[in-house]
Design a protein around this ligand. Structure first.
Ligand code: SAM
Length: 297
């Protein structure tokens, strides 16, 4: 039996041909077949680098049926490279299904790194890069989109969102309504002639694109929620919904010792243990004197 082929995931430039790597050119020249999202678009890239490998189309609408054919090809010993319109396969692009199927069949999957709009937007955004989440495109379906926007309200990581120019204003409006005046960096036409990095706030961005027609490709990088603000909001919520005694009772009912319960209550409410202790004492003394007033001994 022929040795199994390899699936290469080859990143291609997102606008600037100089971002093609030497390795990408070599792999694309050496494989038996290139599975491309947009064969007509990719032919320009391949011609530029004088790559003569045969191409077949692999896109959103044939991603399952075609993946099966490509798996057969690789099981037959041929090497296949997957490329997309631009950037890294699998990131908001077909590739995910093919990779899953390849791994299920014991086929080796090899990444060939290069450009990715999300990562490049993030690194030049001026937003926090240590922790981030990638939301791809917000869903078109309202119910699903509302659910995600609700989750994003409490997201403390930097949020990266892709969007098409004809929907960018609506998406900014939705983000502003959900997340308020957060900072956002709008990365437009990365690596291209009219590259633009605009750091502003969500409401300001809405105003800007109401007056200026959005053109080109966009990545939005939105600041995550301030952790301290989130903690403060949660503490306010607890203080508003539970008295100190009710709060203590909850922990005591769960089996915590009094000292431990006091510690947990103090943490939840943003207080010191001493403050909890003296307030509890105050509350019980107040209760005691109220009882005495109503039912004098
Ligand atoms: N796989 C690609 C990658 O690695 O970035 C992303 C493909 S996704 C279908 C296309 C989206 O990526 C665009 O709608 C835009 O949000 C973003 N994008 C792609 N190229 C870009 C560029 N040069 N500048 C800004 N955003 C870009």
């Amino acid at each position: 039996m022929a040795e199994c082929g390899i699936l290469y995931l080859v990143a291609t430039p997102i606008g600037n041909l100089e971002d093609m790597t030497y390795r990408a050119v070599r792999i694309l020249s050496e494989v038996d077949l290139i599975a491309a999202e947009d064969t007509r678009g990719s032919i320009r890239l391949l011609n530029h680098f004088e790559i003569r490998t045969p191409m077949t189309s692999y896109h959103e609408y044939n991603k399952v049926s075609k993946a099966k054919t490509l798996i057969e090809t690789m099981l037959g010993g041929k090497n296949v490279a997957c490329i997309t319109d631009a950037g890294t396969p699998g990131i908001s692009d077909p590739g995910e299904v093919l990779v899953q199927m390849a791994l299920d069949h014991g086929i080796r999957v090899v990444p060939v790194p290069g450009a990715c709009a999300a990562v490049n937007a993030l690194i030049c955004s001026g937003q926090g890069t240590r922790r981030f989440c990638f939301e791809a495109f917000l869903p078109a379906e309202k119910k699903e989109r509302d659910l995600i926007l609700e989750e994003l309200k409490e997201e403390t990581r930097t949020i990266v969102v892709y969007e098409a120019p004809h929907r960018i204003l609506r998406t900014l409006e939705l983000l502003a309504a959900a997340l308020g005046g957060r900072s956002v960096t709008i990365c437009r036409e990365l690596t291209k002639k009219h590259e633009e990095i605009r750091r502003t706030t969500l409401p300001e961005a809405v105003r800007y694109y109401e007056e200026n027609e959005p053109r080109g490709e966009f990545v939005l990088v939105v600041a995550g929620k301030d952790r301290r603000e989130l903690i403060r909001e949660r503490q306010d919520e607890i203080r508003g919904s539970l008295s100190l005694e009710e709060h203590m009772k909850q922990y005591l009912d769960q089996g915590l010792e009094k000292k431990e319960a006091m510690k947990a209550v103090a943490k939840d409410r943003g207080m010191t243990k001493r403050e909890v202790y003296s307030q509890l004492l105050g509350e019980s003394q107040e209760l005691h004197s109220r009882m005495n007033r109503r039912f004098p001994e």
